[in-house]
Write a protein that binds this ligand. Structure first.
Ligand code: ZN
Length: 444
C-alpha cells in the first residue's frame, strides 16, 4: 500500500513538474528533466555519471529547485538578465573593482575547519584568475589569446563587519550538521549554518561539507539577500590539503562566475546546440567536459566541428582545476555589467576599509619618498595597519603607467619602480577600500 502511494505521489510530482517545465525558459528545460528524473530515482545513467565524476557545480539544479519552490523568482532572474545585458554607464574608464569577501567556515570537526592559509590561498586564486595573472594563462591557445580577459575584478578579505567592527573576514561556526547540500541550510544559524552578511557590502562564501558528490554552487543573481553568495565544499577550497583533481581553487573561480551572472559555457542545453551562455565569443558547445586535455589539444563536438574547437579550458566548463584557465572578454563584460547594475552597491562597500581609517587619516599617514626620485619610490602607510590596497601611477597625460594590487601586505609600505620612465610629474593614487588619496611626485 505504501509503495503504491509512493508511486502515485511520484507520478503526480512528475506531472506537476512537467507542467512547470512549460513555463520554464528553453535554455533551462533540457537540464530540468534529467534533474527531475534523478530526483525520482529513474535515471541510472545520470547517477552513474555522477559517481564517475563528483558534481562540479549544482548551480543549475539549485536554480531549478528554487524556481519550483518560488516560481516568482523567474521574474528576478529575468530582471537581472536584462540588467546584465545592459552595458555599464558609458564614459567611465574601467577601474579595478575590488569586492570585500567574508568566509563563513561551517564545520563539524577539525578536518572541515580548514585553516586561514587555505582561505588566503583561495582568495589569491580568485585574484589571479580574475586578473589573468594565473600562471597557466599562458596555456590559452593562440586562437583565443586575444579574447582571454583580465576581468579587472579583485577580492579582499573584509576588515570590518556589517556593524562597523573590526573583523578578520573569516567567521568560524561549529555545527552538528554532518553535511549540507544545495538546500541553503548552511546559510542560516537556524539550520546549523551561519547567516549571510549584507550582500550589498560583501561576497559571502560559505565553506562546509557538501557531502560526497557536490563541489559547490552559487545563489541566483537578483535573488533573496539572505541566501546570496557562493557555497564551497571544504575539500575543494584553497590548494594545500585540497582534494585532487579539484585542488587549485577553481571551484570558487567557477562559482563566483555564476554569482556575477555567468552561465555554463555549453548553455545548459543538455547536448543540443540551441542553448546559450549569452556570450558571443565563447564557441557553441554541446555539453560539459570532465577531466583534462593537454595544452593546445583541439576538441570538437556536435555543435562546433572546426578548429580551434570548443573552449574546454574556460572556467565555466567542468574540466579539472589544472585544465581551466580563462575567461573571455564577453564573459568579463557580463560580470562587469552585473557589478555595475544588479550588484552596484558593492562598488562603494567599505568592507575592506580597516576600522579607524578614513580619507583624512589615510592622507595624514601616507608618505611617499623620495620626491624627487630617480626611479625607486616608497609608499609608506606610517602607523596605519593597511593590508589591502590598490596603487595606480598616472603620467601628466593621465595615462596609467603602473597598477598594483596588494591583498596581504605584511609591512606598512610598498615599493614602486619608475626607473626608465620619462622625467616629470606623476600622480600616485592610493585606493584603500573606497578611499582615494592622490599624491604628486617628481621623477628626475
Ligand atoms: Zn556551474
Amino acid at each position: 500500500m505504501y509503495l503504491l502511494e509512493s508511486i502515485r505521489h511520484c507520478i503526480k510530482s512528475l506531472i506537476l513538474a512537467i507542467t512547470e517545465l512549460h513555463k520554464t525558459p528553453t535554455f533551462m528545460k533540457k537540464q530540468l528533466l534529467p534533474a527531475l528524473l534523478l530526483g525520482l530515482g529513474l535515471s541510472g545513467t545520470i547517477a552513474a555519471q555522477n559517481q564517475e565524476h563528483p558534481h562540479r557545480c549544482s548551480t543549475s539544479e539549485y536554480i531549478t529547485e528554487q524556481l519550483r519552490l518560488h516560481p516568482e523568482y523567474q521574474q528576478l532572474i529575468d530582471n537581472a538578465e536584462t540588467e546584465t545585458q545592459r552595458n555599464a554607464p558609458a564614459g567611465q574608464p574601467q577601474a579595478v573593482i575590488t569586492i570585500p569577501v567574508v568566509f563563513h567556515v561551517v564545520y563539524q570537526n577539525a578536518t572541515e575547519n580548514i585553516n586561514d592559509t587555505r582561505l588566503l590561498e583561495q582568495l589569491q586564486v580568485l585574484n589571479e584568475d580574475y586578473s589573468k595573472t594565473n600562471a597557466d594563462a599562458s596555456s590559452v591557445p593562440a586562437a583565443w589569446q586575444g579574447i582571454a580577459a583580465n576581468c579587472e575584478i579583485q577580492f579582499c578579505l573584509a576588515q570590518r563587519d556589517a556593524n562597523g567592527n573590526a573583523t578578520t573576514g573569516i567567521e568560524r561556526t561549529q555545527t552538528n550538521v554532518a553535511s549540507f547540500s544545495f538546500n541553503d541550510n548552511v546559510k542560516s544559524t537556524s539550520t546549523g549554518g551561519a547567516n549571510a552578511w549584507d550582500r550589498d557590502k560583501y561576497l559571502n562564501i560559505w565553506v562546509c561539507d557538501l557531502g560526497n558528490q557536490l563541489l559547490g554552487y552559487s545563489s541566483i543573481v537578483g535573488g533573496p539577500a539572505n541566501v546570496d553568495g557562493v557555497v564551497l565544499h571544504y575539500k575543494y577550497t584553497g590548494k594545500t590539503g585540497a582534494t585532487s583533481p579539484y585542488n587549485k581553487g577553481r571551484t570558487a573561480t567557477h562559482e563566483v562566475g555564476h554569482w556575477l551572472n555567468l552561465r555554463h559555457i555549453w548553455g545548459d542545453d543538455g547536448g543540443a546546440c540551441n542553448g546559450t551562455d549569452f556570450v558571443t565569443d565563447t564557441p557553441n558547445q554541446a555539453s560539459e567536459n570532465y577531466g583534462c586535455f593537454a595544452v593546445n589539444n583541439v576538441q570538437t563536438d556536435a555543435c562546433t566541428g572546426a578548429a580551434p574547437g570548443i573552449m574546454w579550458m574556460n572556467y565555466m566548463d567542468y574540466t579539472d582545476d589544472a585544465c581551466m584557465y580563462m575567461f573571455t572578454a564577453g564573459q568579463k563584460t557580463r560580470m562587469v555589467n552585473c557589478l555595475n547594475n544588479t550588484r552596484t552597491a558593492l562598488l562603494t562597500s567599505n568592507g575592506c576599509q580597516p576600522v579607524g581609517i578614513n580619507e583624512l587619516t589615510l592622507a595624514a599617514a601616507l608618505n611617499l619618498f623620495p620626491s624627487p626620485t630617480t626611479g625607486k619610490l616608497t609608499v609608506s602607510f606610517g602607523a596605519l595597519q593597511v593590508k589591502q590596497c590598490d596603487i595606480m601611477v598616472y603620467n601628466m597625460l593621465g595615462e596609467e603607467v603602473i597598477r598594483q594590487h596588494y591583498d596581504a601586505l605584511t609591512e606598512n609600505e610598498v615599493r614602486l619602480d619608475l626607473t626608465g620612465r620619462a622625467s616629470g610629474v606623476y600622480f600616485v593614487e592610493v585606493r584603500q577600500g573606497n578611499l582615494r588619496v592622490t599624491r604628486k611626485i617628481m621623477l628626475d
